[in-house]
Design a protein around this ligand. Structure first.
Ligand code: S3P
Length: 431
């Protein structure tokens, strides 16, 4: 599907409730399925990715009903799952694949996973290796890729290990396996990554200890069903936060956005770049804090992003690169080689697409150097391409708002992975 993008916007105003958080939506289905009782989740994100997790548990016999954006799950526990009749199609979803590898690593029946072309190229050995060390038996294509099979397995051993990659997906898979292991496990991260799994585990009545970057997990399977609202996705709010910053005469309220401090790195980066925003109505009484972010347009200056901050902004780096094209000075992003194994190689796809619009970007093995500011307009093509990657498509839609040329986004339906209503939301806040 091609989509004509809105160019040279005049301003963004009003209030937007952005869709539910993708990471939290995935996990809410998992813990709901593992808990005793009925879990009710409001403001669930019905995007392609989260629907894959939902469908996977339905295929394993978990009763799940949907009403509007509310999901009701009747939990069955680790021991109540049933053999699926078919291989599970996980579409484009790396989060479903990696977390479910851990959740399903000790079931009395085999489970097969497959996915789309992009997911089939994404590395799984980073999860399969540590899970195998615990006793899981997973056979993957070329040892690393989907399609794969998790064999029936009766036993997982506890481990003490360093999580090999700074990845919340890998950490979470290992937490789910550790919950089913024969003893106490200790997992040490090399950098703090998003901690939604840990928070939700506690929210559902489980126990996990944290000391610095080390987590201690005892075996447990007595989770208690919960009722809660998924906060807005900071990674989705980020598209509008940058749009309101870049489009002159804007003032936009992004309401009830998740403010978990392992996810707010993008706001820190924007702040260093001189963006004008404030946070109001903070609610930190729930497992996941939320609040309103009010953004007013402003001029930006360059910054550097590297080291431990990268894990906290990993999904927002395409947007940071776009911000840098409009900022005064040279922005350097380093230590971000993980971008090369996301839904696309996001170092290359960001550079390729923004260069079409006149951006001055150098790529490095682990990041980018962006020389700003440059006006954005058609230089080589008025067709920009999502490359099938939701965050690239959404970033380009924001780039179009400050571009002087009319652009068309090819493969625009990729945005359905995390933000199916993006264009409707955009129209609602555009002057
Ligand atoms: C996610 C973790 C991140 C992120 C992805 C969602 C999660 O991946 O990029 O969109 O829900 O745990 P990594 O932890 O592998 O970097």
């Amino acid at each position: 599907m091609d989509k004509a993008l809105i160019a040279h916007a005049q301003g963004l105003h009003g209030t937007l409730i952005v869709p539910g958080d993708k990471s939290i939506s995935h996990r809410s289905i998992m813990f709901g399925a593992l808990a005793k009782g009925t879990t009710v989740i409001d403001h669930f994100l019905f995007s392609d990715d989260c629907k894959r997790t939902l469908a996977a548990f339905q295929a394993l016999g978990v009763p799940i009903t949907i009403k509007g954006d509310q999901v009701t799950i009747t939990g069955v526990g680790f021991n109540g799952l049933k053999a699926p009749k078919q291989p599970l199609d996980l579409g484009n979803s790396g989060t479903s694949t990696r977390l479910l590898l851990g959740v399903f690593s000790k079931q009395p029946f085999p489970i097969q996973f497959f996915g789309d072309a992009s997911l089939s190229k994404r590395p799984m050995q980073r999860v399969i290796g540590p899970l195998s060390q615990m006793g899981a038996q997973i056979t993957a294509t070329n040892n690393d890729f989907l399609p794969l099979t998790i064999a029936a397995n009766q036993k997982l051993d506890a481990v003490e290990m360093t999580v090999p990659v700074a990845s919340a997906q890998v950490k979470s898979a290992l937490i789910f396996a550790a919950l089913q292991a024969d003893g106490v496990s200790k997992l040490t991260e090399i950098a703090q990554t998003r901690d939604h799994t840990e928070r939700m585990l506690r929210q559902f009545g489980g126990k996990i200890d944290k000391d610095g970057l080390t987590l201690t997990i005892k075996p447990q399977n007595q989770f208690v069903a919960q009722k809660f609202r998924v906060p807005g996705d900071m990674s989705s709010a980020a598209f509008f936060a940058l749009a309101a910053t870049l489009v002159p005469n804007s003032q936009l309220r992004l309401a009830q956005v998740g403010l978990n401090n392992t996810r707010t790195g993008f706001l820190d980066v924007l702040s260093r770049m001189g963006a004008d925003f404030r946070v109001e109505n903070v609610d930190s009484k729930t497992a996941e804090a939320s609040g309103d972010v009010i953004v007013t347009s402003s001029k930006l200056k360059a910054t550097t992003v590297h080291g431990a901050e990268i894990a906290n902004v990993i999904d927002e780096i395409p947007l940071i690169a776009l911000a840098a094209t409009q900022a005064e000075g040279v922005t350097e992003i380093s230590d971000a080689a993980e971008l090369r194994v996301k839904e696309t190689d996001r170092i290359e796809t960001v550079a390729t697409e923004l260069r079409k619009l006149g951006a001055n970007i150098e790529t490095k093995p682990d990041g980018m150097i962006v020389h700003g500011p440059t006006a954005l307009h058609t230089v080589t093509s008025d067709q920009v391409d999502s490359h099938g990657d939701h965050r690239i498509g959404l970033m380009l839609a924001v780039a179009a708002l400050v571009s002087d040329s009319q652009l068309t986004l090819t493969d625009a339906s990729a945005i359905n992975v995390s933000y199916p209503n993006f264009f409707t939301d955009l129209e609602q806040v555009l002057d």
